[in-house]
Design a protein around this ligand. Structure first.
Ligand code: FE2
Ligand code: FE2
Length: 151
C-alpha cells in the first residue's frame, strides 16, 4: 500500500469513529458513560498517531519542497488545533459543552482531511515517485504498528 492509500484508509476510519462517537452521545446527560469514554479514547489515539506519523514521515519530506511548503505549514497548524481540542475534550465532563467542542473538532478534522486529500495529495503525487510513496507507506504502517504496541 502506498502512503496515499494508507492515509486515506486512516481518514475513513477516523471519520467513522466520529460518527460512532456522535451516535453514542445522542442523549448525553453529563454522566460518565464508559462506552463513550472508550470511543473517545480510541478516536484520540487514532487521530494522534495518524497526525504524528504524517508529520514524521509524510510532511517532513514535503516541507522541504517549494511546491508543498505552504500547504505543509498550514497542515501543521491544523494539526495543532486538532491536538488542542482533543486535549481539552479529554479533561472535560461529557456535557453539552463537551458535545459542542466535539462538533467543532469534527468540523476541523473533516476540513483538514478534505484539504489533504484534495490539495496536498495532488501536489505530493507530482513530487513523490511511485517507489518513494510505496516506501513511505511501509514506514507509516510500521510506525502505526509500533504505536499500537506501546499503548
Ligand atoms: Fe493531517
Ligand atoms: Fe491525514
Amino acid at each position: 500500500m502506498n502512503i496515499f492509500e494508507l492515509l486515506k484508509r486512516d481518514h475513513e476510519k477516523i471519520l467513522k469513529s466520529f460518527e460512532e462517537l456522535e451516535d453514542a452521545g445522542g442523549e448525553v446527560s453529563g454522566k460518565q458513560d464508559a462506552g463513550q469514554d472508550k470511543l473517545f479514547a480510541g478516536l484520540k489515539q487514532e487521530l494522534e498517531s495518524h497526525m504524528e506519523g504524517e508529520e514524521e514521515i509524510f510532511y517532513a519530506e514535503l516541507r522541504e519542497e517549494e511546491d508543498t511548503r505552504a500547504l505543509v505549514l498550514e497542515s501543521y497548524e491544523e494539526h495543532h488545533v486538532v491536538k488542542a481540542l482533543l486535549s481539552e475534550l479529554e479533561g472535560m465532563p461529557k456535557d453539552e459543552y463537551w458535545i459542542a467542542k466535539l462538533s467543532v473538532l469534527r468540523e476541523n478534522a473533516k476540513h483538514h482531511i478534505a484539504k489533504e486529500e484534495d490539495d496536498v495529495f495532488e501536489e505530493a503525487q507530482e513530487i513523490l515517485s511511485e517507489d518513494q510513496s510505496r516506501s513511505m507507506g511501509k514506514r507509516m504502517a510500521e510506525f502505526k504498528k509500533e504505536q499500537m504496541t506501546h499503548k
